[in-house]
Design a protein around this ligand. Structure first.
Ligand SMILES: *Cc1c(COP(=O)(O)O)cnc(C)c1O
Length: 358
């Protein structure tokens, strides 16, 4: 069986060697040496804004909403993973959806302003499959209307825009280090912000609100990354360039072999972006065709993933707002298998099944 992804695992000895530090110190959580080292190495390797490592990629979104004291309405994208919307609702705010660009698949910045009301406090948008939003236009809108900007950059480890890590944009960016992501710590994630005051607020919110041992800044939660997670990240980080280039070459193979199929389109990458090969999504002309191809692949024990599906404006706990583009794309898009070390024969086999069934 071939799944949509296969988690990269470093050589066990290398993980153990890093882990042995935690054993020697008898210290496995509460921001030990390995978490601090991982934060430092990521920030210097990617040249990012200051980073706080977390236990997953969802709590950072919730903590960002809490720490920025967002209230009322948050403008967001319907085309993302459920965690983007659920975090807004979980924090007691109302998601106001703005439809997506039909080719970039990120929030359509030209439709944001008409969604702003006196209750709007922020824009929470996703850099879809690592393809950044129009960050300049969004920053301008946010400035004009006094809104905060949070980017769900869960897919963006290693992505740069105009030569800078995309984590440097917005008031806060969040990332996921889940095992299915391009860089991972098993479960894990991070927050990034260039504003020292915001970083301070994010920090105490992720650590119970503690101000030292005996007093508190305010309410907090526990989102700390453990040493076990950090050790895995430290063992994987040296492989990241290799992982990225290997995935990008699989994508190039797919594109070359699927390019001439009229019923398939590839989402468009924004200009000045250096990609990380996080996903390989393809868009069919109809949902029926997508379902046929998914079935043909499944019959060959190949499991692509309908991602993102459904469009988040259709979640049972949000007030439905029609989003024609996102609804249409989410019915017609599928991510094909993509992981480090994928066999060329497997890639060829997948392309052939798709070609034979369109
Ligand atoms: C994976 C993902 C998340 C959630 O991250 P976890 O680490 O699984 O909690 C949030 N948003 C997007 C867009 C994602 O793909």
């Amino acid at each position: 069986m071939m799944n949509v992804t296969k988690t990269f695992l470093p050589p066990m000895e290398e993980y153990q060697k890093i882990l042995s530090h935690a054993w020697d110190k008898h210290w496995i959580t509460n921001r030990g040496d390995l978490v601090l080292r991982l934060e430092k190495e990521i920030a210097s390797y990617l040249k990012t804004a200051p980073i706080i490592a977390m236990t997953n990629g969802t709590l950072p979104i919730q903590i960002a909403i809490k720490a920025l004291e967002l209230k009322g309405e948050i403008i967001t994208t319907p085309f993302s993973y459920v965690a983007t919307t659920s975090s807004i609702v979980w924090e007691g705010c109302k998601p106001i959806f703005v439809d997506i660009h039909p080719e970039y698949l990120t929030i359509d910045e030209t439709k944001i302003e008409q969604a702003i009301t006196p209750y709007t406090s922020a824009i929470l948008a996703t850099h879809v499959y690592g393809n950044p939003c129009n960050v300049e236009a969004i920053e301008k809108i946010a400035k004009t209307h006094g809104l905060k900007v949070i980017y769900d950059a869960a897919h963006c480890f290693g992505v740069t825009y105009k030569g800078r890590s995309v984590f440097n944009y917005g008031d806060v960016s969040t990332c996921s280090f889940h095992a299915t992501k391009v860089f991972h710590t098993g479960e894990g994630g991070a927050l990034f912000s260039n504003d020292p005051e915001i970083i301070n607020a994010l920090f105490y919110h992720h650590n119970f609100g503690h101000k030292g041992h005996e007093s508190f800044y305010g309410i907090g939660v526990n989102a700390k990354m453990s040493e076990l997670q950090a050790a895995l990240g430290l063992a994987i980080l040296p492989y990241f360039e290799k992982i990225k280039s290997n995935r990008l070459s699989s994508i190039a193979f797919y594109k070359e072999h699927l390019d001439d199929i009229a019923s398939i389109q590839f989402p468009k990458t924004r200009e000045h972006v250096s990609e990380n090969g996080a996903y390989f999504p393809i868009v069919f002309d109809t949902e029926t065709r997508l379902l046929n191809i998914v079935k043909a692949l499944n019959d060959n024990s190949i499991v692509p993933r309908r991602y993102f599906y459904p469009s988040l404006n259709k979640l049972p706990y949000v007030a439905y707002q029609e989003m024609p583009i996102s609804e249409s794309i989410s019915k017609r898009i599928v991510c094909l298998p993509l992981y480090y070390g994928m066999d060329q024969d497997d890639l060829r086999h997948i392309c052939k099944i798709i070609k034979d069934s369109v």
